[in-house]
Design a protein around this ligand. Structure first.
Ligand code: PLP
Length: 355
């Protein structure tokens, strides 16, 4: 039997080229060497250089690799938030980030907005105490994405650090790097890789803040991570295989501008196809629909029927998430998914909508 084609928004489809990269990694010997050796350091450097080039990361921004996006919540709360962060969110991942931060910095506050809204920056009360403003770029739970105009307006509205959860958009969308100080993602979404790494991209202002706060209490304190990465080392024995695969994929894929245009067009085709065939999108406001995660809503019974039918056809749809768990399904529109994969899913969705 052919493996199921995954449209789950993470973990999702892994690039088929990864099969050969796994073999190459083994043959290269890098998996058996010490992480302070030249062989490892050269491999890490080349991975970071390729990532910065492919994703057009500004030269003065630094890239660190950690274990997951969730770990970035912890690193930011421990090492970058002084007293309180302000979390602007509309879904489950943004809410979890806030909750998580409150356990470490009890002063953290939330500002929730509606799923069809672009939050209005002019109405935002940012106190002096809110030293990091936290936003979720692509809210994977409901298929919304913040427009670039919001990020630039937020940048113009505050001098505070801005941190962005771009877990399901980094490597799929051209991110306006300069409009925030910390961007992070994990590799099992748009990077088309097996889970096990978080990518953290930080501005000089974020580094300065970490130095000012001076947190060195944890194994993953920002400053420890940084001191190692600027030497192309890691604070602890790392996921060498994951780093190797990341480097190979970053060398393989086209530059982000090309990928972003393609995904954007594919997303528009998805939205048109779905509405043309009687599916109801969870997000009615086109301006906030995600390019990378598409959410469709229906009653429980219909959702159950569609998901079961898809599974039988060898297609894995994403379950709904959080409060939309039973009344929506999600379709990943990640770069590793091909037009052939998409045609198979469209044929299925077409046939079931007419049955
Ligand atoms: C998947 C996801 C996370 C969690 O990623 P992990 O790799 O499991 O830590 C966080 N935020 C968003 C927006 C996500 O999509």
């Amino acid at each position: 039997m052919n493996p199921v084609i995954s449209f789950y928004p993470g973990p999702s489809k892994v690039y088929p080229q990864a099969e050969n990269y796994l073999h190459d990694a083994y043959k290269s010997g890098v998996l058996s060497v010490n992480h302070r050796s030249d062989v490892f350091m050269e491999m890490l450097e080349s991975t970071i250089v390729s990532l910065k080039e492919t994703l057009s990361v500004p030269v003065d921004y630094e890239v660190y690799l950690v274990c997951s996006a969730t770990e970035c919540w912890e690193i930011i709360a421990q090492s970058l938030v002084g007293t309180s962060s302000l979390h602007i969110y509309n879904g489950a991942f943004g809410a979890k980030w806030l909750e998580y931060t409150q356990k470490i910095k009890p002063g953290a506050e939330g500002w929730e907005f509606g799923i069809n809204e672009v939050p209005d920056v002019s109405g935002l009360q940012i106190d002096l105490g809110h030293d990091v403003i936290c936003v979720t770029h692509s809210e994977t739970s409901n298929g919304t994405m913040l427009p670039v105009s919001f990020l630039s307006a937020l940048r113009g509205h505050t001098q505070q650090l801005i941190a962005v959860d771009a877990t399901s958009s980094m490597a799929g969308v051209a991110l306006p790097w300069m409009d925030a100080d910390v961007w992070y993602a994990s590799v099992q979404k748009c990077f088309g890789l097996p889970a096990g790494l978080g990518v953290m991209v930080v501005s000089p202002a974020a580094v300065a803040r970490a130095e000012h706060i001076g947190d060195r209490n944890f194994y993953n304190s920002f400053l420890f991570v940084r001191e190692n990465f600027i030497k192309f080392q890691t604070p602890y024995t790392p996921n060498t295989l994951g780093i190797y695969l990341l480097g190979r994929v970053m060398q393989q894929v086209p530059g982000i501008d090309e990928t972003a245009v393609e995904l954007h067009n594919r997303a528009r085709e998805w939205y048109t196809f779905l509405t043309d065939h009687g599916y109801e999108l969870l997000i009615s406001n086109e301006a906030v629909r995600s390019d990378t995660v598409i959410a469709v809503q229906a009653d429980r019974e219909t959702i159950t029927k569609i998901k079961a039918g898809a599974k039988q056809a060898g297609l894995q749809l994403g379950n709904g998430y959080g409060k939309w768990k039973d009344t929506s399904f999600r379709i990943a529109n990640f770069p590793a998914i091909t037009m052939t994969d998409i045609s198979l899913l469209r044929n299925f969705l077409f046939s079931i909508s007419h049955s």
